[in-house]
Structure formats: structure tokens, C-alpha cells
Design a protein around this ligand. Structure first.
Ligand code: ARG
Length: 468
């Protein structure tokens, strides 16, 4: 980047900024990616200025033509970004000045403060949509297909990382599909909050010129469901509000936390101790020293990225907490965490979908783990309840049986009928039927439970939802 050019605000200054200050204060190295939005905003603004008679139609057309040329140059990689011009806005403005004298009128009735707020809202709308469509939906689709493939496989479900009750792998995977659906809702909410136009707020207190804010809002697609333009209602709030940045980073951080939990499950399942799942070579790596290793690096990195997403949220909250109204230059630091959250979450979702698509479950290892009869200790308590025993007493009775089995060093279902009936006389000769896994699943057919009919229905529901 060269630095011969002067910033547009140079009028009152007798000397330019120190090189060190230029390097320190520039943002074009990261906000250049806002260029398409900045140009879209400028086109809408120029259209509005001509609509209200502040510039002529010819001037508008000259500005539009120059903006399109600049966009072409940027897309083709020909554009010379210059840190002396600080940010994306001034770089584009300077390039326009070289193309048409009409460009000197473009900044009429606007400030970089309302400009950057508008650019970012356009960015957020696109970012939310792409995270949902290209990221979340793809991951959900892979999870649903994996659930379908493995629906006859059962594993122990865990609480406190101790074997708790049997579940199907499908039920476990579909839990994450639910989480990602809530992530989608959060991102849609961010989209909704971003869908309001700050342009026309000026630097802080609007403008004396006869602008038409609704016109610009409409041009830029800031409209409600009934196609009514949506504009911000307080200029001071509009130029200093960073709530939507925080909401976006928060939605990304929560989604990251879900990805991280899923990753942790797969890392455990992939260990030799569990052995439930094999991961594809294409998303694992080896050790430089230990030849036998095949490490679940994609999942470990996904878990690590979640920390970064949480850090970005924290950065934004700290950034705004002590700022007086309105714009302060600190706010320029609002963009790197947001762009980073977007990039990292987008690639995390891609990598997650890729890794999951190549995962395969080991039926025998799963079957072995789930055959542990203590997993159905609660079902035995329920059996006693059906025989009229109060649940608290039933719980106690089964606890005694578990202790007895431990004492005798036999699996729970291998205790002698004689010993069992001594613990409670409601334990009749059919007490062992409880330990049939199939029965256990078939008895769980209420909404939200892991019964096979339920799982079929949930897979179908998600397939239909994701197809729609
Ligand atoms: N690059 C600046 C930012 O992102 C644009 C706004 C500059 N406004 C100002 N008053 N210096 O925050």
C-alpha cells in the first residue's frame, strides 16, 4: 500500500499524520471487505440525493458509473488500497474523485459514522443468511443422515460421564440438530435487528439538508414484512449502537459452544476406551513421532475455535462498556472480532459437516457398551412402580440389588431369583424381562424419547424441514 495521498479530512491540518500513526489508525487492511456494501450504500445515497434535488440526475449517473468502475477494479484485484486514506470509505471516495467531479457531492448529508453503521448492517444480513444456509443447514443434513444410517445402533447415554441409560446414536445426534435449529433462530433474530437503516443520522445529529431516509432504506432493502421502510429513530443511538455486533458475536459463540460439545462427544467416542466411532482419514492427522496415532484434530480444533468465538464476544462487550455517546474511534475495533467470528464459524461449520460425513459407527463396540444391565436399573425401578411400589422405595430396592450384584461380582441381571425376591417380594419371576434392550426402547415412545417410532418420526420431521 502506498501512502502519498491525503485523508479527506486534511483541510484543517498543517501536517499529515506520522507514519506510525497512519499504521496504527488505518482500518482498510480489514474493512476493505466492506467495499461492496459501501458502494451499494453510496449508490442508494446518490439516488436519494438526486431524488430530493440536491444533485442532478446527470451527477447521480456519473457517480453510479464511477462506483461501478471502482467495484470492478476491486473485484479484479486492480484497486490500490492506501493506508494513508485510513479506511474503505475514504479509499473509495478518493478513487471516485479521480473518475468524476460529481463525486465531490456524494458525501453531502452523510458521515462515515452513519455510513459504516449502514455498511455493517448490510454485512450482518448477508453473514447471518450464509451461516444458516451454507453452514447450519448442511451440518443438520449430515447429522440427520448419520442418524438415519445408525438408527439401529444403541449406546449408553451418559450423565456425569457415567453410564446412565441406553439411547440410540440417532437420538444423541438429533439432540445437536435441535441445538443448531436454535442457533439458526438466534441468527435470524440478528438479521431482524440488523434490518434497519441508520443512514441519514449523519455524524451525530442528522443533517439540515432535505434528505429522504425512507427512500434510502427502501433502496437498500431495509424493509419490514409489509415492505415498509425501516429507519433508526435516534441519530445518536444509530451512530454509536453496537448491539447488533454483540448479538451477532453472541449467536456465533453459542453456536461455537454447541459445535464444541459435539466435538467433545466424538473425541471421546473415537478414543480406544470407547471405540464407538471411526473418523475419516481426510479430517484426522498423524503424529510426527508416534506412528500408530490417528488424531481427531478437526474436532479438537473445532473445540478450540469455540474459545475464540467466545473471546470475540468478550472483546465487543468490553469495547463498548465505558464509551460515552456517541461515536468514539475505539469503535473501529468493532470489526475484527465480528469478521473473525464470521470467518471462523463459517469454516467450522464446513469442517464439521465434512468430518461428520465421513464418520462411521462401530456396531459391535456400541452393542458391547450398551449391554451393561445397570443401564436399565431405572427401568427396574419403574417395573416396581407398576407393581404398586412407591418410586422412592423402588429406587432404594434397586440400589440394594446393584450393591448385591457388585458384592457377588455378577452382572445385575444375573442375580439369582431367590436373592432378588428376598430384597422385595414384588420382584416376581419376570423381573429379568426389564433387561431386554428392545423392550426398554419400545417403552419410550412419548414425544422427545428415544423409542424407535419416535426416532423415525424425528428423522422424517427433520428431513422434511431441511428439504423445505
Ligand atoms: N473507519 C472508521 C470506523 O470503522 C469509520 C468511522 C470514522 N469516523 C470518524 N469519526 N473518524 O470506525
Amino acid at each position: 500500500m502506498s501512502s502519498e495521498k491525503q485523508a479527506t479530512w486534511g483541510g484543517r491540518f498543517s501536517e499529515g499524520p506520522d507514519r506510525l500513526m497512519q499504521l496504527f489508525s488505518e482500518s482498510v487492511s480489514f474493512d476493505a471487505q466492506l467495499a461492496p456494501y459501501d458502494i451499494e450504500c453510496s449508490k442508494a445515497h446518490a439516488s436519494m440525493l438526486s431524488h430530493v434535488g440536491v444533485i442532478t440526475v446527470e451527477e447521480r449517473d456519473a457517480i453510479h458509473g464511477a462506483l461501478e468502475e471502482v467495484l470492478d477494479d476491486i473485484k479484479a484485484g486492480r484497486f490500490k488500497w492506501d493506508i494513508a486514506l485510513e479506511d474503505v470509505h475514504m479509499n473509495i471516495e478518493q478513487a471516485l474523485a479521480e473518475k468524476t467531479p460529481a463525486s465531490a457531492k456524494l458525501h453531502t448529508a452523510r458521515s462515515r459514522n452513519d455510513q459504516v453503521a449502514t455498511d455493517m448492517r448490510l454485512f450482518f444480513k448477508d453473514a447471518c443468511q450464509s451461516l444458516i444456509v451454507d453452514g447450519i443447514w448442511k451440518v443438520q443434513q449430515v447429522l440427520v443422515e448419520l442418524a438415519e444410517q445408525s438408527k439401529s445402533f444403541s449406546i449408553p447415554g451418559y450423565t456425569h460421564l457415567q453410564r446412565a441409560q441406553p439411547v440410540s446414536i440417532a437420538h444423541h445426534l438429533l439432540a445437536y440438530v435441535e441445538m443448531f435449529a436454535r442457533d439458526e433462530k438466534r441468527l435470524l433474530q440478528v438479521w431482524e435487528s440488523a434490518n434497519i437503516c441508520p443512514l441519514g443520522s449523519g455524524a451525530i445529529a442528522g443533517t439540515t439538508l432535505p434528505i429522504d431516509r425512507e427512500f434510502v432504506a427502501r433502496e437498500l432493502g431495509f424493509v419490514d414484512a409489509e415492505d415498509r421502510p425501516r429507519v433508526t429513530q435516534n441519530s445518536m443511538d444509530a451512530v454509536s449502537d453496537r448491539d447488533v455486533f454483540i448479538d451477532f458475536a453472541s449467536a456465533c459463540a453459542v453456536c461455537g459452544a454447541h459445535i464444541s460439545r459435539l466435538s467433545e462427544d466424538f473425541i471421546l467416542w473415537n478414543s480406544s476406551e470407547f471405540g464407538f466411532v471411526a473418523l475419516p482419514d481426510s479430517f484426522t492427522t498423524g503424529s510426527s513421532l508416534m506412528p500408530q496415532k490417528k488424531n481427531p484434530d478437526s474436532f479438537e480444533l473445532l473445540r478450540g475455535k469455540a474459545a475464540r468465538l467466545q473471546g470475540n464476544l468478550q472483546t465487543l462487550l468490553t469495547l463498548v462498556k465505558g464509551l460515552p455517546l456517541t461515536y468514539n474511534r475505539d469503535l473501529q475495533e468493532d470489526k475484527p472480532p465480528v469478521f473473525d467470528s464470521f470467518d471462523q464459524l463459517a469454516s467450522s461449520l464446513d469442517v464439521l459437516a465434512g468430518t461428520l460425513a465421513g464418520a462411521s459407527f462401530n456396531k459391535d463396540a456400541c452393542a458391547k457398551a450398551v449391554s451393561d444391565p445397570v443401564l436399565l436399573a431405572t427401568d427396574l425401578a419403574d417395573y416396581l412402580v407398576c407393581k404398586g411400589v412407591a418410586f422412592r422405595d423402588a429406587h432404594h430396592v434397586v440400589g440394594e440389588l446393584v450393591a448385591l450384584a457388585e458384592d457377588k461380582n455378577v452382572p445385575l441381571d444375573k442375580l439369582e431369583d431367590f436373592d432378588v425376591s428376598k430384597v422385595h417380594d414384588a420382584l416376581a419371576s419376570d423381573w429379568r424381562d426389564v433387561f431386554r434392550l428392545e423392550t426398554a426402547f419400545k417403552s419410550r415412545e412419548k414425544v422427545g424419547m428415544p423409542g424407535p417410532i419416535q426416532i423415525e418420526q424425528q428423522i422424517k420431521r427433520w428431513r422434511d424441514t431441511l428439504k423445505a
